[in-house]
Ligand binder design. Structure first.
Ligand code: FAD
Length: 317
């Protein structure tokens, strides 16, 4: 039976919801041990939520006297030490901005195979399904090597509770900081929006939104659905929305349960970032718009008429 490690990501010390999908993916691989590795936030505090999704061990990984967030290389070395200490066969994590950075450093330092942006896993067969060429194709990749490293696309696997009893442990890695890179400041996104990569519902506006002010129409609808507002690059380039809201090849990669595209043509580059959404709804005035060939539900209509009606219906609920 495999021992699967899951690197847990936190935000302001709280476990991000997207970790639960990764734990579910780990749980789905059989009855092995699931070791949740915490490099920030408290393992003791996280235990309750992590065991609800099947973690059988929660480990606080640290390096004496060091701030792991200040040195990505030291963090990667500490993680490598944890992989060896707990004899992990596989390490899963999120293919987030932080996850991609850390997993790449880890793979290089341990000379291990890495699959990023995975949407499905079969760890017994050592295969993963991952997107290629900006989401144009999906490939099933066979991995070799002593330990598999897989960064999973946030929300690609739906979180399902599978309660377990988890023990909490501490692991102090005896590793040195190579001192190559030092993080001196982190500037957080300041926009008032739910994190797009975490959102279960996203309402996105394209070029025809025509102004920053008009995004309020989408914001209201998104809030009522408990979701976030996104933008196409055309809308961002036109100055209607800030870049952190951009979805696509050069923006965020998202996998919400519901994606409502308002005034999007359906470009390949936009789809590269949201193709794995569970249900895609398109609102477009042009019945021949390419997005209608790629969505689950299409509404031929003006977003400025359709979205307010949807919002009113949601308010009545
Ligand atoms: P448009 O293509 O202008 O489409 C607008 C659509 O809205 C049309 O189909 C129109 O019929 C419809 N419409 C008009 N008025 C209304 C209305 N009132 N109500 C409803 N529908 C209406 N794009 C991204 O989005 N994300 C990326 O990350 C990205 N990265 C890129 C990277 C590269 C290297 C390149 C070359 C391009 C990238 N692009 C990206 C740009 C991409 O090619 C498209 O230009 C862009 O996605 C188009 O945005 P859009 O759909 O909002 O606008």
């Amino acid at each position: 039976m495999a021992t699967i490690g899951v690197l847990i990501e936190t935000e302001d010390g709280n476990v991000k919801d997207t970790n639960f999908g990764v734990l579910t993916a780990a749980r789905g691989q059989g009855d092995g041990t699931i070791v949740a590795l915490m490099m920030d936030g408290s393992a003791e505090e996280a235990k309750g939520s992590l065991e609800k999704y099947g973690a059988t061990k929660v480990v606080q990984v640290s390096v004496d006297g060091a701030d792991l967030d200040a040195s990505p290389d030291l963090k990667a070395r500490a993680l490598a030490a944890a992989i060896e200490n707990f004899n992990l066969d596989v390490l899963l994590g999120l293919a987030s901005a932080q996850g991609r950075d850390l997993f790449a450093r880890l793979a290089a330092s341990m000379d291990l195979p890495l699959a990023s942006d995975c949407v499905a896993l079969d760890l017994a067969a050592k295969t993963v399904k991952k997107s290629h060429f900006s989401g144009k194709t999906f490939a099933t990749v066979k991995m070799s090597g002593s330990v598999m490293l897989c960064a999973v696309r946030p929300n690609a696997v739906e979180a399902q509770e599978a309660p377990a009893e988890a023990a909490v442990e501490s692991f102090a890695a005896a590793v040195q900081d190579p001192g190559l890179v030092r993080v001196v400041d982190v500037k957080k996104e300041t926009i008032d929006n739910v994190d797009l990569t975490e959102a279960a519902v996203i309402v996105t506006g394209g070029r025809p939104i025509a102004s920053a002010d008009n995004y309020k129409i989408l914001d209201e609808c998104a809030r009522l659905l408990g979701g976030a507002t996104g933008a196409s690059r055309a809308a961002v380039d036109a100055g209607f929305a800030p870049h952190p809201m951009q979805v696509g090849q050069t923006g965020k990669t998202v996998s919400p349960r519901l994606y409502i595209g308002c005034g999007l043509s359906g470009s390949v580059q936009h789809f590269a970032g949201m193709k794995t959404s569970k249900v895609i709804v398109a609102i477009n005035t042009d019945k021949d718009a390419p997005i209608f060939e790629k969505c689950d539900y299409g509404i031929i209509g003006d977003l400025f008429e359709v979205v307010p009606v949807l919002t009113e219906v949601l308010k009545e609920k």
